[in-house]
Design a protein around this ligand. Structure first.
Ligand SMILES: [Zn+2]
Ligand SMILES: [Zn+2]
Length: 364
């Protein structure tokens, strides 16, 4: 019998645990067995590990994953786009799986299904056990939206799309993002980097990237940022933005910092009729204070999004595949660590210290 090793999170303060799970010989007819080739660590994995939110345990964390099909259930014939699936195909899949039947699944918000399943966010002590990215193998359950990876994309160019990239693209689309003069990106982690490139491709003439770390702003420049602002307590951000935009202020702002204290600033940076896309500050008690008259008098729209609807993973793969000669997407990922408890902890710490944007775990 074959085994899959995996790293188990047992709750805040407990050491990560290396565990072996027996590999099933044949998946159920609607399931797929995948050999993971790369998993990347999302900021939310680190928040979970640090105990910033209630979380089911024991759990195999990791929800940005790519791999190769090892075994296909007899009913799984096609990917989300209708392409035939075969053993050996390189794939990525939607982070969430809905029931197809509830109000939200039927009303275009399947990522908020009342029976939602989310890879890397479930207990791993019941069959089929392997449901997160920090593992050698994973089992994809019924109704998972699978996408074949185009040959021109590396694992590094695809893995962070499964959470960060698809979420950003869904957020931009929800705001009907279109040609505009100025788009402000608050925060230059993985989501912010994708926001720069995707915003540029969707028609923003000028991207203004803001972050507290200069090296991240330097990366943002490689992804289309025309202007960067290093954020510290001294910076008069709104004045700076007025100067850059010649008094017009921004058409769109996206918040991908995870820090609710930047929201007031984001709203003040918008022009009349501007739109504010909120993706980052999603943890409990992310409170902020705003003057509602600013929203009303300036006809501002606030748009929140959590997770993403599966088609945006496909759209983000297509966008990255069409623009990977323009933007160095592979640079988002690194350094690469091994699949061991000590290495995964190192990867978490490097992201928490903002020494990397997306540490990777090579699982095989
Ligand atoms: Zn994530
Ligand atoms: Zn549902």
């Amino acid at each position: 019998m074959n085994y899959s090793s995996a790293i188990i999170f047992n709750g805040k303060g407990n050491p990560l645990e290396e565990k072996s799970f027996p590999l099933i010989e044949n998946p159920e007819k609607n399931e797929v067995l995948v050999e993971i080739t790369l998993a990347t660590i999302c900021g939310s994995d680190v928040h979970t590990w640090l105990g910033h939110r209630p979380f089911p345990t024991p759990c195999i964390l990791g929800h940005e994953i790519v791999g190769k099909i090892t075994k296909l259930g007899e009913n799984v014939k096609h990917d989300f786009s209708g392409d035939t699936l075969n053993i050996g195909d390189r794939i990525v899949w939607s982070m969430t799986v809905g029931c197809d039947d509830c109000f939200f699944c039927k009303n275009s918000i399947p990522q908020k299904c009342v029976n939602l399943f989310k890879y890397g966010h479930e207990r791993s002590d019941a069959s089929p056990f392997l449901n997160g990215g920090l593992s050698k193998y994973i089992i994809l359950k019924k109704n998972t939206a699978i996408f074949k990876i185009p040959d021109n994309l590396t694992d590094e160019e695809v893995s962070p799309l499964m959470c960060a990239g698809a979420c950003v693209l869904n957020g931009l689309d929800l705001a009907n993002f279109s040609e505009c003069d100025y788009f402000i990106v608050q925060g230059c982690g993985a989501l912010g980097i994708y926001a720069c490139a995707f915003g540029k491709e969707l028609g923003a003439k000028n991207i203004i990237a803001i972050d507290k770390i200069q090296s991240r702003l330097d990366v943002a420049k490689e992804f289309g940022a025309n202007y960067t602002i290093l954020y510290d307590d001294q910076t008069q951000i709104v004045e700076e933005i007025k100067k850059i935009t010649k008094g017009k202020k921004a058409d769109y702002v996206i918040e991908v910092t995870g820090d609710p204290t930047v929201i007031d600033l984001g709203i003040k940076s918008l022009r009349v009729g501007g739109k504010y896309i909120l993706l980052g500050a999603l943890y409990p008690n992310s409170k902020f204070t705003i003057d509602s008259s600013e929203i009303i008098r300036n006809v501002i729209q606030l748009i929140g999004l959590h997770n993403y609807s599966p088609e945006y993973l496909g759209k983000s793969i297509e966008l990255v595949s069409n623009t990977n000669s323009k933007y160095p997407y592979h640079k988002i990922v690194g350094p690469i660590f091994d699949l061991s408890a000590s290495d995964v902890e190192k990867a978490f710490l490097s992201l928490d210290a903002k020494k990397s944007i997306r540490p990777g775990i090579k699982t095989n």
